[in-house]
Design a protein around this ligand. Structure first.
Ligand code: HEM
Length: 493
């Protein structure tokens, strides 16, 4: 039964700050630790909760009349949102700021920044996904194996035993090189490095709460900086597309395939604006995610010595120090379980953001058209009825459980399921198998590990680790990790 009878108001329960300042503080708290903040709200109000009771909040929708923001989790919510894609639509990564795209020449790059598949819905989304699919078919993905192995080997070569390294940065640079090579056919070189750096900076600026509240193109303000960054990004990506058009006949990277892709019915290809949107989204979605999945897995292994030892036994017995072939990847069941458990307990993408295209009902509540809904991937993965002792890192649990796609969905579910999931799993397995056979990584004592990030969950202060030659001396000293990570993973005290 619906709880609301007033068609345009948001009746989902939630905090009700008396002042705008109180609401602003909640927005900032969400921006700083979306997972911890939402956890508290869920505990207080239940599995569907409004950021502001009665509505009147707006984090993601570019519609200034957005009725409000809702957070929800659980398999039934995931199923409803994933299967009713005509109701729960997706919008560009730039969120609220996208609405300002026609304001000036400088704001024009907003038309494609973070748009790609993220900004498309309905038939157009289906059509573009279809055009992109050949680049993500199994055979095509497997053809990237040698490049990934070569780039990983060159990265591992640069690590020195005895050093302390920020492994989140090492993984970010490696996955960025993999992305530039496989997506664009270029090793990091100048173009790839420039694009990666700018994209990183632009996404960082986009995450600044000040940008939402003062979206004015004035020097000194984050919005001004953001427009400059995405303008430069546009220029670099146009140059990249231009270069590609000249080498298209021999290259088999994703961008070459996109440039050549033609609609089966009318034979049309993608426009330059559409290509810019896809290139940016593929690059953003294709390396930050994998890089954080890898970093979190390294962290979890460093805290669970017996799992790390068992995993090394498996790798050694199948690979004998070499990089896995495609066939060997399926002979490493513990590696698969470690990665699955890592993405359950520290999901790299913690939320799916959607906007309702018409009035609907979710979890027993009425949602007006235009409501923004954040579905908690991470919070669903933490339900004790699905995963007993959910904060315990236990790869073994995957020997006996087989959750549905709505219960376990690090790559989302339904028609918008991650197009790069197969690619990501292969990349993560190859990198971990090579890295762990060669080095033992130990988190530095007393490291502070805070997770942060709404779009991608990353360690805020990085992941400082000691590099050792692989000597099997796995150990974890109790009580040596600080930070909000302790609220998510049970670690020895
Ligand atoms: C561990 C790595 C990855 C994780 C956890 C991940 C997760 C996700 C999730 C949860 C979504 C759905 C987002 C939503 O609908 O709100 C998504 C979509 C997407 N991902 Fe990934 N992803 C990963 C790697 C990749 C890679 C390697 C690529 C490309 C090479 C990629 C490209 C995309 C694209 C283009 C979409 C949009 C699909 C659509 O809307 O139809 N992802 N990913």
């Amino acid at each position: 039964m619906l709880t609301s009878v007033r068609p345009q108001s948001l009746s989902v329960p939630g905090p009700n700050p008396k002042t705008e300042l109180g609401h602003l503080l909640n927005v900032i708290r969400f921006g700083q630790d979306s997972i911890g903040f939402a956890r508290q709200l869920f505990q207080q109000y239940g599995p569907i909760v409004a950021l502001r009771s009665g509505g009147g909040s707006n984090l993601y929708s570019s519609d200034p009349n957005c009725p409000g923001t809702v957070f929800a989790y659980g398999p039934e919510i995931v199923r409803q949102v994933a299967t009713q894609h005509e109701i729960y639509t997706k919008h560009p990564l730039s969120g609220r700021i996208y609405g300002r795209r026609n304001e000036s020449n400088r704001s024009q790059p907003l038309k494609h920044f973070g748009v790609g598949l993220f900004g498309l819905n309905g038939d157009v989304h289906r059509q573009h996904r279809q055009l992109m699919m050949p680049a993500f078919h199994r055979q095509q993905i497997e053809s990237y194996r040698d490049d990934i192995v070569a780039l990983t080997a060159s990265t591992l070569e640069q690590l020195r035993p005895g050093q302390v390294c920020d492994m989140s940065e090492v993984m970010r640079l490696l996955t960025m090189r993999v992305a530039t090579k496989t997506l664009f056919g270029e090793d990091i070189g100048e173009a790839g490095g420039g694009i990666g750096q700018l994209l990183q900076e632009a996404l960082g600026t986009l995450g600044t709460p000040l940008l939402l509240f003062f979206p004015f193109d004035l020097p000194g303000l984050p919005y001004h900086r953001f427009l400059t960054q995405i303008g430069q990004l546009d220029d670099l990506m146009r140059q990249l597309i231009d270069r590609k058009r000249h080498t298209i006949d021999r290259d088999r990277d994703v961008l070459s395939m996109l440039i050549q892709a033609r609609d089966e019915v009318d034979g049309t290809g993608l426009s330059e604006d559409e290509l810019l949107g896809h290139v940016g989204v593929l690059f953003a979605a294709g390396h930050e995610t994998s890089s954080n999945a890898l970093t979190w897995t390294l962290f979890l292994l460093s805290q669970h010595p017996s799992v790390a030892a068992d995993l090394l036994d498996e790798l050694d017995s199948v690979l004998h120090g070499a990089a896995p072939t495609i066939a060997q990847l399926s002979q490493l069941p513990l590696l698969e379980r470690v990665i699955k458990e890592s993405m359950r307990i520290l999901s790299p993408v913690p939320w799916n953001g959607r906007i309702t295209s018409k009035p609907t009902e979710l979890g027993g509540y009425f949602l007006p058209e235009g409501t923004e809904v954040f579905v908690g991937i991470y919070h669903t993965h933490q339900m004790p009825e699905l995963y007993p002792n959910p904060s315990v890192f236990s790869p073994q649990r995957w020997e006996t459980i087989a959750p549905s796609m709505y219960e376990y969905n690090p790559f989302s579910a339904g028609s918008r399921v991650c197009i790069g999931a197969g690619f990501a799993m292969m990349e993560i397995k190859l990198i971990l198998a090579m890295l762990l056979q060669r080095y033992r990584l130990q988190l530095i004592p007393n490291a502070r590990i805070d997770q942060a990030g709404v779009i991608v969950m990353a360690p805020k202060q990085g992941m400082p680790m000691h590099i050792h030659q692989q000597d099997r001396q796995f150990e974890q000293k109790p009580g040596t990790v600080r930070g909000n990570i302790r609220e998510m993973v049970q670690l020895p005290t």
